[in-house]
Design a protein around this ligand. Structure first.
Ligand code: ZN
Length: 418
């Protein structure tokens, strides 16, 4: 009998997602490894026992001070992994919503001093304590809606020292909020206005100076590039990503979001960990992603928040044999913090099935951010990150649009809603 600190019983359905290859592709993306009438036990922040309730009860006992929780027949799933966020920024752009509704384009908003460069100006000016405080509040709300692991991109400083400053804040945010955060360097989010005369010089600085320092100081796990007309060309993107890969960093691409730019094909060619957005990636390029085993990180709330008529190609990617993961794309342009809401959009807009959406937001998202060893599944020995919903089956989480968890646990500790 193992002494445990937490015993959760009365779980109507436990979706462990522990069986199968990682990432899950095709029919395997619907296999949630469900256990009916389940329980789980946690010792020192790690799952000690998971399975049918009578077996778990037989194998563990509560330590002194341990807690037993009755799940009331609800559903437990792994803590969500948000595979794509721009959560680290200063300021607010809520006033731009009305301009968007009245028909202003992204370029018109940018020309009027709004958009991405407005956030860059505010982020450059913000003190570290202010950035930590604003971002912690967002991360705390993400945690309360079930996100226990999240990727965090830099990209709102767009200078050598400013980007390093943002990356340095990420471990502090992880420590203060308790989330498992995966840092990504996105100096290639856009060419900063003061470098617009010579974008290649900015690329050169990233390749020769910033990326080597990011690698040497292990400030990021991945390097990402916004490969899109008006941002970075496929050849500039390739130069940046090859430099990153040569230094042992993982690679990602923001690809084919607004118009077709060849970003997905480049991702397949380079064998990046992921290609993200992909609203305009054609069938040929979906086949290339599948062949190369590149994970498609889909962000189905972004076209919704952008008032776009496009939708994320969820069904198309799964049917093409591409591993699919989900992210919020949380940013001032797409201010969504709730993964249950992302799952709903993944189903009703991107046309993933509810099971595929759950796979895409747990085990496959963990793979997309290189956290497969520690996140995305529920099994003995893994970090006890899990979410309880008052629904009878995991399929109801996405079905009930924007549903709110009853409880969230990170490393076996109940996340307080206070
Ligand atoms: Zn993004």
């Amino acid at each position: 009998m193992t002494g445990v600190d937490l015993l959760v019983t009365g779980i109507g359905e436990l979706a462990t997602l522990r069986t199968g290859p990682i990432p899950r592709v095709g029919a395997a993306a619907s296999e949630l490894s469900r256990i009916d009438g389940a329980a789980l036990a946690v010792r020192d922040g790690v799952f000690a026992s998971v399975g049918p309730e009578r077996l778990v009860r037989r194998s563990v006992h509560l330590r002194r001070g341990g807690v037993e929780v009755d799940a009331g027949g609800g559903t437990v799933v792994p803590g969500f992994v948000d595979a794509h966020t721009h959560v680290l920024f200063a300021g607010d752009r809520s006033d731009e919503v009305e301009r968007k509704i009245r028909g202003a384009t992204y370029l018109e908003i940018a020309a009027a001093g709004g958009g991405l460069f407005r956030t860059v100006r505010l982020t450059r000016k913000a003190t570290a304590p202010a950035l930590l405080s604003e971002t912690s509040e967002r991360l705390a709300r993400m945690l309360r809606t079930g996100t226990t692991t999240a990727e965090v991109k830099s990209g709102y400083a767009l200078t050598h020292s400013g980007e390093l400053r943002l990356l340095e804040l990420i471990p502090k945010l992880a420590a203060s909020t308790g989330l498992d955060l995966v840092p990504t360097y996105l100096g290639a989010h856009a060419v900063p206005p003061e470098r617009a005369e010579n974008p290649d010089a900015y690329v050169e600085e990233m390749v020769r100076r910033t990326i080597p320092e990011v690698a040497r100081r292990t400030l990021a796990k991945f390097v990402d590039v916004f490969c899109e007309p008006g941002f970075f060309t496929p050849s500039q993107s390739e130069r940046i990503l090859r430099a990153a890969a040569a230094l042992g960093l993982g690679t990602k691409i923001h690809a084919d979001e607004f118009v077709y730019s060849g970003g997905a094909a480049l991702a397949a060619h380079l064998g990046t960990r992921s290609a993200e957005h992909l609203l305009t990636a054609p069938a040929d390029d979906r086949a290339k992603l599948a062949k190369a085993g590149v994970t498609a990180v889909l962000l189905p709330v972004t076209p919704f928040a952008s008032l776009s008529s496009l939708s994320s190609p969820g069904r198309e990617m799964v049917d093409a044999g591409v591993p699919v993961a989900l992210g919020s794309d949380l940013s001032p342009n797409s201010p969504v913090e709730s993964m249950p809401l992302v799952l709903a959009h993944a189903v009703y807009s991107a046309r993933l099935t509810p099971s595929e959406a759950l796979t895409a937001s747990t085990v496959n998202a963990a793979h997309a951010v290189g956290a497969d060893e520690r996140a995305g599944t529920i099994a003995a020995g893994r970090s006890a990150d899990f979410v309880l919903f008052d629904v009878p089956s995991a399929d109801r989480i996405a079905y009930r649009i924007g549903t709110v968890p009853v409880a969230v646990y990170r490393q076996g500790k109940h996340v307080s809603s206070a």
